[in-house]
Design a protein. Structure first.
Length: 766
């Protein structure tokens, strides 16, 4: 009986400790909760409130807050409300040390923040030149994006490029917010350019010397190209957008942000704060930028599709519950977001150990910093298991017991499993060191509801022979179900579970979809490998041999589903390998970077040299799809995200025979986007048997007034013209020079069927 009582007490104690370690009642997202716990640990270690220069340090973090009493409680606890999204949701700068009090408030429903995103071009896959040009899908004659707003959120914009200007030199960018730009008015965060003249006067977004990404992306969506070449998908759309603070954010931005907060929200201090203010932004700023773009679209009463070619890697700790709620309220008729799937398809980052089955899993590590991360999650009702880790050239096995880790972490103690490197392996400079361990730290981590999480941090000794590229193995015999997620950092370091997948033709490791592409109502786009060879401006031919995928298949880097929460993504795929688009003329390449080898075209315009160059990544496929959707919105400005996905489902085609069915799959989604078939579907012309669902290969159409020129047509080939009701209004044969007169037809859109070769759309003006 005494032994039973002792066992019961141990169980109760353990459950109590488990609840103490993982705060299951918190209203904070896991990432935000971890920030709060880090701050609390620092306060404890400091013996009280953090101070510097004799004054307290006030740390603010940008968060999304859902509240039932407006912004009253937020302000009462020292929060600074920055953006009201409506329906009780706010973007607010919250004092980190007040998060605990806000968490306990009955008026606060939810507080959420996640890590900032990164751009999703695959820098290692930028290629040289141009020979076989895949510049998206040939635009139908009738639709070029007129009347539609092409929205973009990105970095590295060149506003002066001819692709973003009208023939008279005026800017096609009609509104742009750059929160990083310097401004004499400290009560405005950055600068908002409200007219094309203001945009052109600015010349470029802040810090455009550091990146090309946004210019290339925007060129694929809506660029006019140079000298009639390399136009984007919707070259007559108006452009609105913003410079999102991601990537290498200059430190002076944070200084201006601090000044902005103090002078705008705390005016009683007259700009002289009682404390030292430190501000950290989060992904909530991306949501605020999207809100401003759609608000401008509302003011202009025009449909708007926004491209989102950046994101964060899939993560067990990412929680977008409130974020997705606010986003979904923004989306609707004529309000569409298109996002990149991510570039992690060639990296096996995820493995699962089934319950009641042992597992031995190889692990591969690479990092310049000699610190490697891995995340493990299991069900909250049984977070206890034992695991062994072995490493190549390390004689001893490292034993890990999560029960011990949980107990130690609950009392703010570090848990490390380690082995000592034999003294004979040390060099002279380490002779006075008593111990030189190879260790694995185990930290308990807050993950999504219902899951217990662990962060494994591997610290090899400096003299370990594989300090930059290690090979190891995980051995688990415990019966619990476990999921493992490797990491990929901005500096190219990784932890993954295979070293070979990047060589596969279709990479496609599961659960690699990036955020926010994993969200349901966003149109998520993977990247096709549609162009292997190039000839650059020097006439040099280049083939990118490192890409494992085959031409006409999914690129080996394109991320695949399902998502971490098991949604089937991507939704669609588009060209994303060797895409040709705008080069930012303000970019300052490094001394070893020969950007001209990557240029496809160069010309002088407006007294300056401009170029087109090549980049690869799902950052490049997403804007192609965005531009196509802009064409569809011109045909029907009231399309919703669900309508767009319906068009994609009905008209896309699967590139590989094994996916020829109608089911959506985790590699291609519903298949490769088809701009023309989508337009026919939207216009209701797909049920007319005489109208082909594809455009005729080898023919070019030019409309001059009421005269249609069809270059490349055979003489006396039958041409039939249909109105949008499907009624044939003209059936005739062309002359030998391919000229067809249309004098009797009224203004409007018509489908032109050429024999059995295909059809196209034309628009007759008044």
């Amino acid at each position: 009986m005494k032994r039973l009582l002792s066992t019961i007490l141990v169980v109760i104690f353990t459950l109590s400790i488990t609840a103490q370690v993982w705060n299951t009642d918190t209203k904070m997202s896991p990432w935000l909760l971890n920030k709060y716990e880090q701050q609390q640990t620092a306060v404890r270690e400091n013996g009280g409130a953090l101070r510097a220069q004799g004054r307290p340090v006030i740390n603010y973090i940008l968060a999304l807050v859902e509240s039932t009493d407006g912004d009253a409680t937020i302000q009462q606890k020292g929060g600074l409300v920055w953006q009201d999204f409506g329906h009780g949701f706010y973007a607010a700068f919250l004092p980190v040390d007040s998060l605990g009090a806000l968490d306990q408030s009955a008026s606060i429903v939810r507080m959420e923040a996640n890590e900032l995103s990164n751009v999703l071009n695959d820098n290692s896959k930028e290629i040289l030149g141009v020979n076989k040009v895949w510049n998206g899908i040939e635009l139908p004659q009738a639709f070029r994006g007129n009347g539609v707003l092409a929205g973009v959120m990105d970095i590295g914009f060149d506003f002066t490029h001819p692709s973003f200007r009208n023939e008279d030199g005026s800017s096609r960018v009609i509104w742009f917010w750059d929160p990083l730009a310097e401004n004499d008015n400290p009560k405005e965060l950055g600068r908002t350019y409200t007219t094309p003249d203001e945009v052109l006067a600015a010349e470029h977004s802040y810090n455009a010397t550091q990146d090309n990404h946004g210019s290339h992306v925007l060129g694929s969506i809506a660029g006019r190209g140079i000298d009639g070449n390399f136009a984007g998908m919707a070259p007559e759309a108006d452009i609105i957008g913003g410079h999102v603070p991601i990537g290498d954010i200059p430190q002076d931005f944070y200084s201006r942000l601090n000044d902005y907060l103090m002078k705008t929200f705390l005016p009683e201090t007259n700009g002289l704060p009682m404390g030292i203010v430190n501000v950290e932004i989060s992904n909530v700023i991306e949501l605020a930028m999207l809100y401003k773009i759609f608000k401008k679209a509302d003011d202009l009463n025009k449909p708007c599709v926004v491209n989102w070619s950046f994101g964060a890697p899939s993560s067990f700790s990412a929680d977008f519950t409130a974020y997705e709620t606010v986003l979904n309220r923004m989306l609707g008729p004529g309000r569409i977001v298109v996002a990149s799937a991510g570039n992690d398809g060639g990296m096996m980052k995820y493995v699962k150990k089934e319950a009641d089955k042992p597992m031995e899993q190889p692990v591969y590590y690479k990092s310049d910093t000699r610190t490697y991360y891995m995340f493990i999650r299991t069900k909250m009702d049984n977070p206890f298991f034992k695991m062994d880790m072995v490493f190549e050239d390390l004689a001893d096995t490292i034993h890990i017991d999560t029960y011990d880790a949980i107990i130690k972490n609950a009392f703010n103690q570090d848990y490390e499993a380690s082995v000592d490197i034999p003294r004979s392996e040390w060099e002279d400079e380490f002779e006075d060191v008593e111990e030189y361990p190879f260790s694995v730290a185990v930290k308990t981590t807050n993950f999504a509801e219902g899951y217990a999480g662990f962060n494994l941090i591997v610290h090899p000794s400096e003299k370990y022979s594989h300090s930059e590229n290690m090979v190891g193995k995980i051995i688990v015999n415990s019966p619990v179900e476990l999921e493992f997620l490797g990491s990929k950092d901005a500096k190219g370091g990784y932890t993954r579970f295979s070293n070979e997948n990047i060589e596969n033709s279709r990479g496609c490791n599961i659960k690699t979809i990036n955020l926010p592409g994993s969200l349901e109502r966003i149109v998520t786009v993977g990247a096709m490998h549609q162009c292997t060879s190039f000839t650059n401006i020097f006439g040099e031919d280049a083939t990118y041999i490192a890409l494992g995928s085959e031409e006409g298949h999914l690129s080996s880097f394109s991320s695949c589903g399902p998502t971490i929460d098991n949604r089937i993504k991507p939704d669609v795929v588009a060209p994303g390998h060797n895409v040709l688009s705008v080069y930012n003329s303000f970019y300052e390449p490094g001394p070893a970077e020969n950007v001209e080898k990557k240029m496809a075209y160069k010309a002088n315009a407006f007294d300056k040299d401009y170029a087109i160059w090549t980049m690869s990544g799902t950052s490049m496929s997403s804007p192609v799809a965005t531009g196509v959707i802009a064409l569809w919105l011109q045909a029907n400005p009231n399309l919703t995200p669900e309508d767009i996905k319906g068009v994609i489902e009905r008209t896309s085609h699967q590139p590989e025979p094994e996916f020829s069915g109608t089911d959506k799959n985790v590699y291609y989604g519903w298949g490769e986007i088809d701009a023309y078939a989508g337009l026919l579907d939207i216009l209701g012309l797909t049920g007319i048997k005489e109208i082909s669902q594809h455009q005729p290969a080898g023919l070019k159409f030019r409309l001059e007034g009421r005269t249609l020129h069809i270059d490349g047509i055979d003489s006396s080939e039958t041409v039939t013209v249909f109105d949008l009701s499907g009624r044939p209004v003209l059936r005739t044969e062309t002359s030998s020079d391919g000229i067809l007169s249309l004098p009797e037809l009224s203004a409007g859109v018509y489908a032109v069927q050429v024999g059995h070769r295909g059809s196209t759309l034309i628009r007759l003006a008044l």
